[in-house]
Design a protein around this ligand. Structure first.
Ligand code: HEM
Length: 143
């Protein structure tokens, strides 16, 4: 039987695909209406929501050990997926109502999620090199 898909990878991919459907629907609506005022909302829904979250999901799929710390993975998912959905709304509010604060706050949350993602990848790389170090030292020719 095949391995089950890691839950975090699937969660990232589901939110990403939701953003893709919303972003592309918006693109079609903009094209039909010939009104491109909200193009930045569409672009960020697709690029933060679809592209970035899908890459994160595929990364969790490629390195399932990233989710071994469930708390860190849950927090990163909440920060990244939550802000990917809120940020485009913030851009809409900034464009339509001249109020940039929601977009600024969502951008900071997105940044925090990205830093946590980087931290988890670096921690995984360090743990991996520590695991392989004794074997590499044992295999090294002695002078
Ligand atoms: C059926 C699919 C899509 C349609 C119909 C569509 C439509 C549009 C339209 C009408 C614009 C505005 C063009 C203008 O300002 O002259 C636009 C801009 C843009 N789109 Fe899409 N789009 C689609 C999918 C995507 C996807 C999948 C991505 C990214 C992964 C994307 C990224 C962008 C970007 C970066 C811009 C430029 C935004 C800006 O100038 O502020 N689009 N799209």
């Amino acid at each position: 039987m095949s391995q089950p898909t890691p839950k975090f990878a699937l969660a990232f991919m589901i939110v990403a695909a939701g953003c893709l459907v919303a972003g592309v629907s918006m693109g079609i609506a903009m094209g039909i209406a010939h009104d491109f005022a909200l193009a930045p909302v569409h672009a960020h829904l697709n690029l933060l929501g679809w592209a970035s979250l899908a890459l994160m999901g595929l990364t969790y799929r490629a390195w399932p050990e990233l989710a071994s710390n469930r708390l860190a993975a849950s927090v990163q998912f909440a920060l990244s997926a939550g802000s990917a959905m809120v940020f485009p709304v913030g851009i809409y509010i900034a464009i339509s109502h001249g109020q940039p604060l929601p977009a600024i706050l969502a951008a900071i949350v997105w940044f925090t999620g990205a830093v946590l993602f980087l931290g988890r990848l670096v921690a995984l790389a360090l743990a991996d090199s520590r695991r392989h170090l004794p074997a590499a030292m044992a295999a090294a020719p002695r002078a």
